[in-house]
Unconditional design. Sequence first.
Lengths: 256, 391
Amino acid sequence: MTTTFQVLGVGLWTRHHEGVARWPEGNDIATPKARLIPALLRRRLSVLSAAMVDAIADAVEEPTRLGELPTVFGSAYGETAVLVDILNQITSPGGNVSPVAFASSVHNTASGNVSIATGNRGFTTSLGAGHDTVAAALFEAFGLMLAGTRDECLIVVGDQEEPEALVPADECAPLLAAAIHVGKRAHPARPALATISMPIQTPVVTPVNCAPFVNNPCVGALSVIDAIVGRRSGPVALDGGRGLGYAATIACESYR
Amino acid sequence: MSRVPPPVPMTAYASLSALGAGRSHVLQALELGVSKLAEASGSVPFPTWLGRIDDDLVGFGELLGAHDSRLARMVACLLAELDAPVAKALSRWGPARVGIFLGTSTAGISSTEAAWRAIKADGVRPESYDFKRQHAYGAIIEVARAITGVTGPGHVVSTACTSGAKVFASAQRLIAAGVIDAAIVGGIDTLCDVTLRGFHALGALSVKPCRPFSRERDGISIGEGGALALLERSGEARVRLLAVGETSDAHHVSAPHPEGAGAAMAMAAALALGGVDPRAIGHVNAHGTGTVLNDHAESRAIFDVLGPEVPVVSTKGYTGHTLGAAGALECILAAMALEEGWVPASLGAGPIDPDCHVNVQLSRSTSAARYALSNSLAFGGNNTSILLEMP
């Protein structure tokens, strides 16, 4: 059984990192642009969905490929900001809910909007597994490729700040969205960034650079990016030490 | 050339809905054509009918600690019904070789609604509320692991109404890939204010019990429920999971492609992956929600792929639309129909919409066919079609 795949691209968006090129130094506070999405759809995107779209744009150099790439979206908590808006609507006089907000509150909002924007009629999914969300997304992507039906897959994960009223402050985490484009083979014109293995359960420490995001369930994707940017081969924690202990092994070939 | 994931035996299953728990209750309702939808109580400020489970499942709550939520209680109830076969599977394959993949659209939102009301009233988050263990999508995986001892890969899929169907495909692929040898799969959703008021805001709720495919249909009736299945690499199959077709409409966030293009592709993909001739399909358990748009688009898709004669049934007239659970629950109802050798009536379908050119079943009919399709079509244009085979 093949247990290693090529990393064809990585993408990142946080409020201080507009793209992998800004990691780890950072930039001033930003808002996601989501330029891959047409304006009419874009204005309805939440910050989380828009950040995921920007991470996609950062990872996949040729946007036209998005119309055919199977995509696995992952988020532990989903569209929490939209949910808070709806909860406020429900608990207000009349309790009327905005239909637009409701349609945008589903966990697969980003997945649906990206498939509409790119005309992708193929596979897309949206999953969550707490602090094992990144590992779960990798398992899903690897299953798609190992079962023989797909050669590449785009993984897009993200979570935003938890609602202040619902979560103790010391458990909250800053917004993070990341994308990892994986495949069975590198493209002829461009070498792969690294290889990545099937997740296994083994204790690995989260890198120091990623510490500010350690409460974010998707920090594992940032750890993968950090290893690739730093050209560090070896096991990478996928759960920030807060899940079941899944790690993936990165072997760095080159970084452009 | 694509290699098809091989068929996977479904060795056990369990369901919970307005029809009750336990196979005999479900079969009785389906056989007699008895709907369990009931008019919503006064706490719902608009007319609608619901498929409610009239049980607080208190006994299961005592086991769950900080994870206690209605959703988690339903998971625990379903796992109790599967206790013996799951224990046997863990003994046979080992806990690390068994996965757990569940679908839900609402997750623990009903707990969060209650907490939000309390916060607005008192300004204080209730001590019993835990966002990460009750609301978060992965929480029910933690519950399932704690109850069963499963330690293999696991996740929750939340793609609205296809959630409970896509998990069958996830498990089949990982079994084919050799990552796991078995999996507990299924879907669960509870009633909650967000979905009730949200669908009401979209104008999608029927004021009466839903009537899928009827000329007089006017919307959905929401239900709560769940179903679990045990899939194993080998074993005595009640039915076999042959394939799951998964596509996207790429059309609109909340309305289906008007010609059912994505749904047709999903059914065609399932048939191609499973190597089954369309003419061999004994019946389709349609998504059949009761909205004008869905039923028209889906009937168009069924006609295009399977023709006008294959029996079509929507079981949402019995249970309501169980949203994230529907893909799993209706797959199990399709499995039961295959096992029993009959196709239930599609409740409320008469008079059938003359623009739906498919063979909607107005009464129960016998069927010796070995194959069935179960469709689920979702917000965001996500589509699935599960292909089952009677051994």
